[in-house]
Design a protein around this ligand. Structure first.
Ligand SMILES: C[S@@+](CC[C@H](N)C(=O)[O-])C[C@H]1O[C@@H](n2cnc3c(N)ncnc32)[C@H](O)[C@@H]1O
Length: 383
């Protein structure tokens, strides 16, 4: 297998992540509750209804253990706050979706005057106890249970909003919409979001072994065709750790770059052209999507020590892995070819926490004109 976890210690994290995916999947596909509420759906109580599996899934401690152990993720937030204490000193900070309260405690330790930590999952009860265990009082670190869209904060405005809202392919789970609602309601002029930027990228993968194992396998199962099993897989976005050596382009295409201090919810559904040069002769088995994150503070007044991290296949793996979009018909490409196309990303129609992805693509020679592969298209669901 060339598509595999890059480090031994990742195996356990991957296993936990599969459990997490399962939980997220169940919350969407529980036979008794097939639809998930709109992220912004209002309830009169302001607390999670029993049926809201999204928040129930975040009550399980394993999900939080897995996120905390993702060091690329957690240390990026920590380093941003600890290395820019001057930006946090005496500030009022809002933590949207505090989970165990880890980001809130980083902010408090960085000198924030007050941190307001909000979560609509039962995990907030543990967060409150954890803060107490670590000597924070409710004045400095205030916990509020509820959906950020529905609760009222004890302050009119905040100086900084921190949140870890990212899902697979950045936008899965649609939590960013909630964070943007909080930004528009509470962020004071001159305040900033952490992270402040995020971008989605697309690149090309050759991995015969993975492709055969996952897709070609169904062509002959103990002497029987099972294309019925195989074909739906071509419309599913996979989530897996990709071995960077299978990436066949040195120049991935940036599909979208979001300034989180400014972007609006409707802009999270997007269509983007792409052009990806092939760097060596290879078979193209799949497109691969991933995202990058950066922490810079307010655009006009960047912090002294910006922090960035990537979820690409060429860096230390994170619990987000990479998103794999398999080709129904793998292609033989030559170094210098250009894989061009149009990529569309939309919230799922039935379930807005899922993503519907479409790729229309064609291949030309290096001149960008001479056609090598005719325009074709595939659609995928990330769920
Ligand atoms: C990805 S976890 C991050 C947890 C924690 N901040 C960390 O970094 O470990 C996202 C958390 O946000 C909460 N959450 C998601 N949407 C929310 C909303 N609209 N209102 C309040 N909490 C929300 C979830 O319950 C979950 O605990």
């Amino acid at each position: 297998m060339t598509l595999k976890a890059k480090e031994g210690e990742l195996a356990r994290a991957q296993h936990q992540h599969e459990e997490y995916r399962q939980i997220v999947k169940e919350q969407f596909y529980d036979p008794l509750e097939r639809s998930v509420p709109e992220p912004k759906a209002a309830t009169s109580t302001g607390t999670a209804p029993q049926s809201d599996y999204y928040f129930t899934s975040y009550a399980h401690y394993e999900i939080h253990e897995q996120m905390l152990k993702d060091r690329v993720r957690t240390e990026s937030y920590r380093d941003f706050m600890y290395e820019n204490k001057n930006a946090f000193k005496d500030k009022v900070v809002l933590d949207v979706g505090c989970g165990t309260g880890i980001l809130s405690m980083f902010a408090a330790r960085s000198g924030a005057r007050r941190v307001i930590a909000v979560d609509n999952s039962d995990i907030i009860h543990s967060a409150r106890k954890i803060a107490k265990e670590n000597g924070f009082d409710e004045e400095q670190l205030t916990f509020i249970r509820g959906k950020i869209e529905e609760i009222e904060l004890p302050v009119q405005t905040v100086d900084i909003i921190i949140s870890e809202w990212m899902g697979y392919f950045l936008l899965f789970e649609a939590m960013l919409d909630s964070v943007l609602t909080a930004r528009d309601k509470y962020l004071a002029p001159g305040g900033f979001m952490a992270p402040s930027g995020s971008s989605i990228h697309l690149t090309l993968l050759e991995d015969e072994e993975y492709y055969n194992d996952r897709y070609t396998y169904w062509n002959d199962v103990y002497g029987f065709k099972m294309l019925t099993m195989r074909d739906p897989l071509f419309n599913e976005a996979g989530v897996d750790v990709v071995d960077g050596s299978g990436i066949i382009s040195d120049s991935p295409s940036c599909l979208r770059d979001f300034d989180l201090n400014k972007v609006s919810s409707p802009e999270l559904d997007f269509t983007a052209p792409f052009s990806i040069p092939v760097s060596r002769d290879a078979r193209l088995h799949a497109f691969v999507g991933y995202f990058d994150i950066d922490f810079r503070g307010e655009s006009s007044k960047p912090v002294d020590h910006p922090i960035t991290f990537s979820t690409s296949a060429n860096t230390t793996s994170t619990h987000w892995k990479q998103t794999i979009l398999p080709l129904r018909n793998p292609l033989t490409l030559e170094a210098g070819d250009l894989v061009q196309g149009i990529f569309t990303c939309r919230k799922g129609i039935d379930n807005p926490r899922e993503l519907d992805l479409t790729i229309d693509f064609w291949v030309t020679e290096a001149d960008g004109e001479t056609e090598r592969v005719k325009r074709t298209g595939q659609t995928y669901q990330l769920r």
